[in-house]
Design a protein around this ligand. Sequence first.
Ligand code: G6P
Length: 369
Amino acid sequence: VLVERGGYRHFMLKEIMEQPQAVTAALRDRVDFGRGLVTLPDLTLTDRELAGVSRVVLIGCGTSLNAAHVGRHLVERLAGIPAEAESASEFRYREPFLDPSTLVVAIGQSGETADTVAAMETVRQSGARLVTICNAPNSQAARLADHALLMGCGVEIGVASTKTFLSSLTLLNLLAMRLGTARSHLGSAASRKLVEGLARLPGNVAQLLESADDVEPLARSYYGRNNFLYLGRGINAPVATEGALKLKEISYIHAEAYAAGEMKHGPIALIDHAMPTLAIAPQDGLYDKMANNIQEVKARDGDVLAVLTQGDDRLSDLVDHSVFIPETAPNLTPLLATVPLQLFAYHIAVRRGCDVDQPRNLAKSVTVE
Ligand code: G6P
């Protein structure tokens, strides 16, 4: 397939800008907006079968692993089912407990990552139910899975995944809601409210991208730093990990991501004026906890760049730089908080003269172990 850069300097930037359409594609024909219900017809299991799921295991590699960790929170919250997330490369070499009431969700942009495919083969033999979320209809993952939820967001060329991360998160929301409704964990009023959030999501992402240029001056100030700390909590802890991964992949800067509650157990020792912290602190249930972490960084002379909810004067006064995301439901904040982190990594890599679309030592899909 011949894919053009469409006027953008890099495929990665083009793919970041395509994210509203990626979200729309993931929602298409899967949500009944009128009734406020997720239908997800490509998951061909009855309510009864879905209600029989007692445990959800989410696996993937790289960016898809970070999506799996967000998915774990979504399944617990929206469906009330025990859930865990793990790297496919670890999962495949354990002796994982799998039974017919376990639902395994294998996430992958390419559907060809060797570790993910091998893990799926193990799952198939176990009798557990197997779903894939992937962007390649003819991939091994799509063939191995009982149910393939296809992203349909168009080919992703940049080696560092961007739009397929947002596609994965959208589909994970739909999967968690579908499970939650089937087992009556999610009532119709709650479902309706969540669907309203989904309906606004492509517009929210588009709104964020309108101010994409605001991130460039931040990159100009910080591109010379050699170490970064990324902090987030709860459902946004994996977003910190994804932000740090983007920076490592394309700019070759060392970036460490931590669940902010763990900061006291080590990374706080690293903080000084030379080590900036990226803090993801939307106004959710963990906002005050993040505010404390930010204060701890500031007290040690560290610069803080924060991803905040629009209108948050309290934290924006405290930190060195703020990027704002529109207010949204807590299950959707990871999608919005990721976008400025992608742009930050992108602009830093460009400033450092790195090959953004083809970073050294990395491959788009890792088809050998
Ligand atoms: C490689 C790519 C990453 C990607 C990972 C998993 O490391 O460089 O961008 O996240 O593979 O790929 P998958 O196709 O399984 O999502």
